[in-house]
Design a protein. Structure first.
Length: 247
């Protein structure tokens, strides 16, 4: 139902978002090529690894930056209906989000993954640990998303402000756009230890062969075990303070 709901406006309506993703991807690809040809320090990456890193980040964009819809549902009052169903709130948000990913995976991610090798981009993971790492990243992404939802409840429905803050923090600290090894002053080493560093940068660095899976997956498991109880406790404490349209 969630996947079908994404198609309510027609397939063509989805392609505008996909075009924006391509427009976002092309300048970064040209930037990496320019830096490589200019002899710039690429932080130990080869040009091929950087291209792969950026392209895989685009292909798995929603999975590396999980947004469950809880923010907009809270504002619109839709989240109130979830309490009337015989499933957990978290379980419903997760299943609806997973279903909503299917159209983009089929209509954008899969075609892009088939086309990119024709342009010399290697999309074969350097390690089979990429998949478990991606699953742990998605799990952690949901925990962080639910914590941000509790933050919104505390801010009395300041949805737009929370959305902007969340995107700014996630894009900078997750390594989805710029690999940590390219950041100056040792910032990357610090960001890797933060929970956001276990979102995008963790599976992407394993995919291109720049990091060992053992340390990364151990850190992901630690943050999952730490943040999921915090998310559950925070939601239990804040749901009585929820003020939403619809009641």
């Amino acid at each position: 139902m969630s996947a079908a709901g994404k198609l309510n406006s027609g397939i063509l309506a989805l392609f505008s978002g996909y075009i924006i993703k391509i427009i976002y991807l092309l300048p970064i690809v040209f930037l990496w090529r320019s830096l490589a040809h200019g002899g710039a320090d690429l932080g130990g990456f080869s040009l091929g690894q950087l291209l792969t890193y950026t392209c895989v980040s685009t292909i798995f964009g929603p999975q590396l930056n999980v947004q469950s819809g809880a923010v907009s549902w809270h504002y619109q009052g839709i989240i109130l209906d979830l309490f009337r169903r015989p499933q957990t709130i978290f379980g419903q948000l997760i299943t609806v989000t997973l279903g909503g990913w299917l159209p983009e995976l089929l209509l954008f991610s899969l075609p892009l993954a088939l086309i990119l090798p024709l342009f010399g981009v290697n999309l074969i993971p350097a390690s089979a640990w990429f998949l478990p790492c991606l699953i742990l990243s998605i799990s952690l992404g949901f925990a962080i998303d639910f914590i941000f939802t509790c933050f919104i409840i505390r801010m009395q429905n300041a949805n737009w402000l929370a959305y902007v803050l969340r995107n700014a923090i996630t894009l900078l600290l997750s390594g989805a756009v710029i690999p940590f090894d390219l950041l100056p002053w040792g910032m990357g080493a610090l960001f890797k230890l933060l929970p956001f560093g276990s979102l995008a940068a963790a599976p992407l660095s394993i995919f291109v062969g720049m990091s060992k899976a053992n340390d990364i997956i151990a850190l992901q498991i630690f943050w999952n075990m730490t943040l999921w109880p915090i998310a559950a406790l925070a939601f239990a404490k804040n749901r009585e303070k929820m003020v939403s349209y619809g009641g």
